[in-house]
Design a binder for this molecule. Structure first.
Ligand code: ADP
Ligand code: MG
Ligand code: ZN
Length: 475
């Protein structure tokens, strides 16, 4: 007995010793409603011709000084830190991170990270993964090493960096978490969706080996591939008895491999100093509180509510919470109409119609009162699903009073059995061949006659209802 326990304990330590650890440094472009860069008033416009949204500040001209940091960027970054449950610091300092590279005309990047820095947020957590820090920094220019050309448009775009603890254990876990992070950040419109995110990926397969950092992995797919590749590479080195060195590698997306870049630099190499051009940004506790209070309920909490309280299928709950506008519409409808019915209609039908019309929910300008009217009519079976689908298609184009529309166009379902029966008798008389087929055992022939009745009722009967009556009549 004791022996077994010892063996089990031993096994546990070896497996945890061999545990894969993954940490991310995620960079996202802040979504600035005022459209301006961090330290100047140049526009954030990713589609602009090269070097057209620039000024002496963002091209680092000698003697130029940065403007005070864009207030919106500060507010956004605090909101991000808050939604990731970070402790938020009240005195924020920009540091100069020195390096010599063609994308950085000043020779330093202004960042709130670094050896003496105070990041915006610290010690947070998101869906079980620790958040080491959240900070703000400026983006460098874009340098093309082939031609040597530099495009300064991007220089000075405000970036958020979210550094996680090395709490991930697999590529799959990272993928799922990142999707949820992006959804959550979209609730507060934090990241510019046009520009997306990029990430540095840190991997170590055993604590006695150094972590390897892979730079600039630019899509979800590449992040997952880079982690898978790096894990296997390190495991192979370990098997061969080599020691995995702490190093920085570059991801080669087209080849699906990483290549050695340099030995890991330490913080000292960057010669961080506080930027003398920029005063400390003071954030009061009251301001932090105000931003935190305005945060929406997070997708994860919504999913829990939908599944546990409203008995919605988990996958439907994920879809409904994937967009804040959809989630909010659903919640307004679900308090007056059966939530399961509401979920089915919004998740399946509404998304289908929007998709067909290549429209975003935001563009459709749906009024929840109309959706409620519609689904109440469906719920009480006053209109058929077919009729409701037709109305939904029209509602996506322009708003109108649904009850009035149904009344005016006489779209109430044919509930009276005698009217339906009359249609069924007519359809049987008109389609002798199908009737004969059905009698001969061809179940499918019934659908044909159901279709004929549906046309007569102009879609106001339900196919199930019609099939029942037909079966009674054809015997
Ligand atoms: P640097 O700028 O030197 O890369 P950061 O603090 O910005 O340092 O980032 C460190 C990253 O490395 C974090 O994402 C952290 O989770 C990750 N990390 C730290 N230790 C390990 C480890 N043993 N294995 C994998 N990742 C690690
Ligand atoms: Mg790094
Ligand atoms: Zn500028």
């Amino acid at each position: 007995m004791q022996k077994l326990q010892v063996a089990a304990a031993k096994e546990k330590t070896t497996s945890s010793e061999r545990k894969i650890m993954i940490g991310l440094e995620i960079h996202g472009y802040l979504n600035m409603e005022n459209g301006a860069k961090l330290f100047c008033n140049c526009a954030i416009d990713p589609s602009a011709e090269p070097n057209t949204t620039i000024c002496p500040v963002c091209t680092g001209q000698p003697g130029s000084k940065p403007m005070l940091p864009n207030k919106q960027a500060i507010d956004k970054i605090i909101a991000i830190a808050a939604i990731l449950d970070c402790r938020i610091n009240e005195r924020l300092i920009f540091q100069r991170k020195h390096y010599s590279w063609p994308d950085m005309p000043t020779g330093y990047q202004r960042t709130m990270s670094g050896s003496y820095s105070v990041p915006v947020g610290q010690e947070g957590s998101f869906l079980g993964i620790g958040i080491e820090e959240v900070h703000l920094e400026e983006d460098p220019a874009r340098w093309d090493p082939e031609t040597g050309a530099v495009d300064y448009n991007r220089s000075g775009y405000p970036l958020v960096e979210i550094v996680t603890k090395p709490d991930f254990n697999s590529a799959g876990e990272v993928r799922q978490w990142l999707r949820r992070l992006v959804t959550t950040l979209s609730y507060i419109k934090a990241i510019n969706p046009e520009l997306g995110i990029k990430s540095d990926v840190n991997v170590s397969v055993a604590p006695e080996f150094g972590r390897v950092e892979i730079k600039n992995v630019n899509s979800f797919r590449s992040i997952v591939r880079a982690i898978e590749y790096e894990t296997l590479r390190q495991q192979r080195e370990v098997k061969e008895g080599k020691k995995v060195a702490m190093e920085t590698r570059a991801w080669r997306d087209s080849e699906g491999t990483s290549v050695f870049m340099r030995q890991k630099e330490t913080a000292v190499d960057y010669m961080f100093i506080p930027d003398p051009d920029l005063p400390a940004v003071k954030v009061t506790a009251a301001e932090i509180k105000k931003i935190a209070e305005k945060l929406p309920e997070k997708p994860a909490a919504k999913i829990r509510k939908y599944v546990e309280k409203w008995k919605i299928d988990h996958v439907d709950a994920e879809v409904l919470s994937s967009e804040i506008l959809l989630a909010e519409l659903f919640e307004k409808v679900a308090v007056v109409v059966n939530p399961v019915l509401a979920a089915k209609w919004l998740r399946r039908e509404l998304l289908r119609v929007l998709n067909y019309n290549k429209k975003e929910l935001e563009e459709a300008k749906l009024d929840e009162r109309h959706i409620i009217q519609l689904l109440k009519l469906v719920e009480s079976r006053k209109i058929t699903d077919e009729t409701a689908k037709g109305i939904l298609e029209k509602l996506v184009e322009k708003p109108f009073d649904v009850e009035e529309y149904v009344r005016k166009n006489k779209l109430f379902a044919v509930a009276e059995a005698n009217v339906l029966e009359k249609y069924c008798e007519e359809a049987i008389a008109e389609n002798p061949a199908a009737v004969a087929d059905y009698k001969a055992g061809k179940e499918k022939a019934l659908n044909f006659i159901v279709g004929a009745v549906m046309r007569k009722s102009k879609g106001k009967a339900t196919p199930q209802q019609v099939a029942e009556i037909l079966k009674q009549l054809i015997k």
